[in-house]
Design a protein around this ligand. Structure first.
Ligand code: SAH
Ligand code: SF4
Ligand code: F3S
Length: 465
């Protein structure tokens, strides 16, 4: 572990002060925390830090909010729907607070980093005790201490600090698969997206810190490591000693141990051949590329400020397939960007049919406060966009079913993750779910599975080795 900074040492002092306080406040034998995470894996990784701090303070964890002494929602702002859900669920906490006045309720994450949301929470949800933004997660013990000891509401949402704080403890949920953040923030300002406003500018962790973390994960038995960043392809550009993402991935692949290395998300504008070559050359790199294209229309891509064309995107895909014929491709797509016509939407459909993705994350455009797209003319009604959306889903369902059906009869390497509905559940390197008959002792290990049938996008099979 790197030497702790002054800021982090202070937080450990707050942990020491909080531990006896929380023991006394707990309704049960140990204090219990209920942590709910919305949004992307970046948020999941942040929640692992907060839970790490909580565990150090002596907290146990509960799924039941009625039992909890501390409730935290780590929120997401990516679409209106995500936010509405949080507002609804926070509103429901009022009754819990009425029944258990001692419970501490906290909100953090991307949603509260927006000024207008923080103001609304302050005014409309007086039972929320603590609200903190995305740039002060490392200060959580101090903020919780102030909330309890000063017994007043604490709202801490500073603009970005620009720093990275190493040494925050982690509490992970999954003993096999791990998220490993390599960078924070985003510089791309896609015109529809709130992330750069709520996560600040791109900052990369030192590669030595990342590699040390990867080493620990491997020695602890993690078999599936996903490197995280909004645009991993621009990793390392701002480090004192710049380093490419491909070379970081290469360094991790060279660590001893049996594991798969994945990454997300990769932006097509700077997805390099070097990276695809590194993937192809290393058995440890899962043959899975999540490369969001968002739209198949060059006009729409330009309006989105994505800075690549459909042709460039297809070139990358061709190169990836040439180097790794069995690569699994997944992507994100937005339907109904302001001003998108049905013809332009059809170009998106064409691209989907051409590439034949393993799976797609599909979204209807949602205007975000303060982004350029929020102010663009948006004449197509939501009902019409919903029809296009259903059309897209149908096309993708057929493609996914066809792709999984084509795998029947193959032998695939699978990481066994746990018990599923009809057998052991695991995933291929391409991230396709496999349910198979086999020895439950294999959970947590790599096995060979013969695919015997497919059901929509899921494979069925039996363990061979
Ligand atoms: N950094 C990643 C994406 C992170 S957000 C990248 O650039 O690929 C995850 C996905 O949410 C995006 O890829 C996009 O498809 C979707 N998304 C983001 N903002 C949106 C909005 N305002 N409306 C609808 N979908 C949105
Ligand atoms: Fe949002 Fe674009 Fe950054 Fe992805 S690259 S987080 S879509 S601004
Ligand atoms: Fe949501 Fe923030 Fe992630 S807006 S998608 S939780 S970076």
């Amino acid at each position: 572990m790197p030497e702790l900074s002054k800021e982090l040492l202070e937080q450990y002092e707050y942990i020491d002060k909080l531990t006896p306080i929380m023991r006394v406040r707990a309704r049960g034998t140990v204090p219990l925390a209920h942590v709910v995470t919305y949004g992307c894996q970046g948020n999941v990784a942040d929640s692992e830090k907060i839970r790490g701090y909580l565990a150090q303070m002596g907290f146990g964890f509960t799924e039941d909010d009625e039992q909890a002494d501390f409730i935290l929602f780590n929120t997401c702002a990516i679409r209106e729907h995500a936010q509405d859900r949080v507002f609804g669920n926070v509103g429901a906490l009022k009754n819990i607070k009425r029944r258990h006045p001692g419970v501490i309720i906290a909100l953090c994450g991307c949603m509260v980093q927006q000024k207008h949301v923080a103001e609304r929470i302050y005014a409309s949800y007086p039972f929320v005790n603590l609200v903190f933004g995305t740039h002060v997660i490392h200060k959580f013990p101090e903020l919780l201490y102030k909330t309890i000891v000063d017994s007043k509401r604490v709202i801490e949402i500073p603009d970005e600090t620009g720093s990275i704080f190493e040494g925050v403890p982690l509490h992970r949920d999954n003993p096999i698969k791990a998220w490993l953040p390599i960078m924070y923030g985003c510089n791309n300002f896609c015109s529809y997206c709130i992330v750069p406003y709520v996560r600040g500018r791109e900052r990369s962790r030192e590669s030595a810190d990342i590699i040390a973390d990867a080493n620990v994960l491997i020695s602890e038995g993690y078999r599936d490591i996903t490197l995280l960043g909004q645009n991993v392809n621009s990793y390392g550009k701002n480090l004192a000693a710049p380093k490419s993402f491909a070379s970081l991935a290469q360094d991790i692949c060279e660590l001893d141990g049996d594991f798969w290395l994945r990454f997300m998300t990769s932006h097509p504008k700077d997805c390099t051949k070097e990276l695809l070559d590194t993937m192809a050359a290393n058995e440890k790199m899962a043959k899975h590329l999540h490369l969001p294209f968002q739209s198949g229309s060059n006009r729409v891509l330009k309006e989105m400020n994505r800075r690549y064309t459909k042709e460039r995107y297809l070139e990358i895909i061709d190169y990836a397939r040439e180097k790794m014929p069995d690569i699994s491709l997944t992507s994100d797509v937005i339907v109904g960007f302001p001003g998108e016509t049905y013809e332009e939407f059809c170009e998106t459909l064409e691209l989907i049919k051409k590439v034949e993705f393993t799976s797609l994350y599909t979204f209807i455009f949602s205007p975000r406060v303060g982004t350029p797209a929020e102010k663009m003319d948006d004449p197509v009604p939501y009902e019409e966009k919903s029809k296009w959306f259903s059309e897209l889903l149908k096309v993708q369902e057929q493609i996914a079913a066809k792709r999984t059906a084509a795998m029947v009869g193959q032998r695939v390497k699978v990481l066994a993750e746990g018990m599923g509905k009809t057998g052991i559940s695991g995933r291929t390197g391409g991230n396709v779910i496999v349910e198979f008959e086999g020895d439950p002792a294999c959970i947590g290990k790599f096995v060979e599975v013969e695919v015997t049938s497919s059901l929509n996008w899921i494979l069925k099979g039996k363990q061979i080795v």
